[in-house]
Every structure is written in C-alpha cells, then in structure tokens.
Design a protein around this ligand. Structure first.
Ligand SMILES: [Mn+2]
Length: 433
C-alpha cells in the first residue's frame, strides 16, 4: 500500500460533498449512453485503466528564454519532485509513472530513488537524455551539436550520456529511452545536411546497441528550435527513416508541439501506426509553434481526433501497437501541479470520448462516401459531456472527484512554501523539446 501524501480521510470528506451531484449526473449520462448502446460501467473501467506519465521537469515552474517566475514551495530535488508527482497521482489516479531527465534528475542512488518512488506508489517511465545544453565545466560543448557534432569526441560524450540513461533506467525499473537533440544549423551552409544525418544514424546505432532486449528507444523530432534554419530530425518522415534504419527497438515519438503550423497530426499518427513505428507521445498544446501550452487548452478537437486514431488501432488490434504517453508542457503562469492534473484529465477525456465513437456507423458512412454523416458520427462522440464518467472513474480509483478543487482545499502549495524554503536554489524549471 502506497504512502498517501495527502490525508485520505480528508480527501474522502472532500469527495463526500461532491458525491451526490456526481451520482445524479453519472446516472443521467449512463442512461443517455445506454440509449446509444454504450455501457457506462465498462467505460468507467476503461477510463480507470488509462495512464499518462508525468515529466519530472513538469512539477517546477517552466520558463521562456525571457525569464522564469518561480512560485513558492517549488521542489528542490528529486525526492521533492516525486512527492509532488505523488500528490498529482493521488488526486487524478491516471499518472502512476514519472519520466526523468538526465542530468537534471540524475539520481545518485537509483536503488534508493526507486524505493522512495515505490513507497509513494510511483514507477518510472521513459528516461530522457539531455544533450541540448552544457552541464559541467570541463566537458565538451554541445553548442554546435551532440549526436551529430562534427567532432567524434563530442558525439562519443553524447552517446555515453544516453548509455548512462539506459543504465540508470535499468536500476529504476524504466524500459525506454527518449532521444531528442537540438542539433541543427542556424545558417545555410553551416552544416552538411546529409552528412549530419549520417552521423545521427551512426550515433543512434551505437546507443541502440546498448539497449537491453526488452527496452524501447523513441526518437523525438522537432521542426525547429534551438536551430532555426535546419534541424537534423525535423519531421516525422525523417524520424521514421531514422527509426527504421536503427532497428526494431527504435520508433518515433510524436510531440504535439513539434510540427509546422496547421499540420494534420492525426494523419501523421495514423501513418506511424500503419508503419509500425509509433512509439509514443508528448502531450501538450500549441497556438503558434512549440508553445508547450496545457493539453487540450487550445485544440481539444485535434486531441480527440488523435485519440480516435489511437483507439481505432486498439480496436483493430494493430500488431505491436503500445504507445507510451507522457505530458510534456511548460507551466509558466499556473501552479504546475494544477496544470498537470488538468492536462491528465484532458488527455483521459479525449481517450474516453474516442471510445464513444460509433465505429460501425462511421465505416458505413465511409463506404457510402457520406462525408457529412461521418463528421456527425465523430461529433456525436466528441460533444458528449463525459465529466461525470471521469469523476466516477477517479472516485472509484481512490482519487478526487474534483482534483484541482481538492488540491486547492488541501493547502499543499502553502505547506510546501513553508517546508521548502527557497534559500536553496530550485532544481525545478526547464524547457524541454
Ligand atoms: Mn517533447
């Protein structure tokens, strides 16, 4: 039994206030769903099994290149980050794993960190290697690249960090490595476009050679930034080519913010599923670019359409389909824990709504070329208010009916502000690709 950070008795009392209204709304929704041939109880059970990982860097206030506005009580070390992750998980019950970033969260004693996490009811998701900035004086600089650098010694150093991530991950119980590099050029002519990609493949193969047989390796592409003219792994096609070249343990990771404006992301998702190379997701939302805004805050319909593709693959039992889900956002103006709870809820909501799609009717519409009724079929699912179903799933899993409301009432932030004086510099923030 995991140690609860917030008092379970207090949480039960908080839930008791909201429970009568939830039960009324749930019964009404269950009747509506039954008319559509859907079983609310089965959907609650599916919602309860849904999971999305939390990034260790997400519990601290993020920032932009213009600045950062930390708030009181930010976690100062990995132990405190895990404690915050446990609070989120206690309230939402769909975030049982944490994804670590190395070296930001390099554990000195991984066995102890694993025990601490287990005690809090948490496990570890994919490891993330950071070779997009310099870490310690004396090491070789990544200013002009890491895995694709022209200097073999820099590439070796970056490869070694990825191998270290694998070894740490093994000790922590992780089984995946996510590789995102900032490598690219800011000037035409700065890098040899083909040779840089050759070096990328060569470095990736060396890392893949160190993967345990049950591990997976995810390649995360990104259109631009920090390189603004050319990026080595800039789009899903490049990522697919690289993952294919590296081998069967390697696949592509889709970060929702890493695409050109207006790109049809659900189509990319469908393609990668079809090609057997969809490894996972970094969920967030965006308006202009890699804004790292909260999931579902700008384009909730897009998120639903992505989950429609994911659920379709699940329903059709596409071979090898098992994508990893992680939130990857920068919380600049909110309490990060509130953003994580609300975003986990948005992702779970998109998943549950995708379960409501009448796939038989959609197939009929497609066979008849009935475009309008096909869209209506999707909208029938999308426009269903599933909040009572999500609330019931959280309640039955031991979480909060209203996670953000419960969190605010718990006073956790104020307690942290007291317990975690800012005299020690926070190890929190950071922007990740
Ligand atoms: Mn990402």
């Amino acid at each position: 039994m995991a140690r609860a950070v917030l008092d379970p008795q207090w949480l039960a009392e908080h839930n008791a206030l909201l429970r009568p209204a939830l039960e009324q709304d749930y019964e009404a929704l269950a009747r509506q769903l039954a008319r559509r041939g859907l079983d609310a109880e089965a959907l609650v059970a599916r919602a309860q099994r849904f999971a999305v990982a939390i990034p260790s860097w997400g519990v601290g206030t993020g920032g932009t290149r213009f600045g950062r506005f930390p708030q009181p009580g930010e976690p100062r070390d990995l132990q405190e980050k895990l404690e915050d992750c446990a609070v989120v998980q206690q309230l939402v019950r769909v975030t049982p794993t944490v994804s670590l970033h190395v070296p930001w969260d390099r554990p000195a004693d991984p066995a102890r960190v694993r025990r601490d996490a287990t005690e809090l009811g948490l496990a570890f998701d994919a490891m993330n290697s950071n070779t997009f900035e310099d870490h310690t004086a004396g090491e070789r600089s990544y200013k002009f690249g890491s895995l694709t650098h022209v200097d073999a010694a820099v590439r070796e150093q970056a490869i070694a960090l990825n191998v270290e991530c694998i070894e740490l991950g093994q000790a922590l119980g992780s089984a995946a490595l996510t590789v995102w590099i900032g490598d690219g050029g800011n000037f035409p002519g700065q890098i040899h476009l083909r040779h840089a990609f050759d070096r990328y493949l060569d470095s990736l193969r060396k890392i893949a050679a160190k993967l345990p047989s049950d591990w997976r390796m995810f390649l995360e592409h990104k259109l631009c930034e920090p390189a603004f003219y050319s990026t080595v792994n800039q789009d899903w096609g490049t990522s697919y080519a690289a993952a294919s070249a590296v081998g069967p343990q390697c696949s592509c990771l889709v970060d929702l913010g890493h695409h050109a404006p207006n790109v049809n992301i659900e189509l990319i998702v469908a393609r990668l599923i079809q090609l057997g190379k969809l490894g996972g997701f970094h969920f967030n939302d965006s308006k202009y670019g890699d804004d790292d805004l909260d999931s579902g805050s700008i384009k909730p319909f897009q998120l639903f359409l992505i989950f429609h593709e994911l659920v379709s693959a699940e329903v059709e039992q596409v071979k090898g389909f098992a994508p990893a889900y992680l939130l990857d956002q920068s919380h600049n103006v909110t309490d990060p824990l509130e953003s994580l709870m609300s975003s986990a809820n948005e992702v779970q909501r998109a998943f549950v709504k995708a379960l409501l799609v009448d796939r038989a009717r959609l197939a009929e519409c497609q066979a008849r070329n009935d475009a309008l009724l096909a869209l209506t079929t999707l909208k029938d699912a999308y426009e269903t208010d599933v909040r009572p179903l999500l609330g019931m799933a959280r309640l039955r899993s031991g979480g909060a009916i209203d996670p953000v409301g419960a969190y605010r009432a718990s006073g956790w932030r104020a307690l942290c502000a007291d317990r975690r004086p800012a005299s020690r510099r926070g190890s929190a923030g950071g922007i990740v690709g």
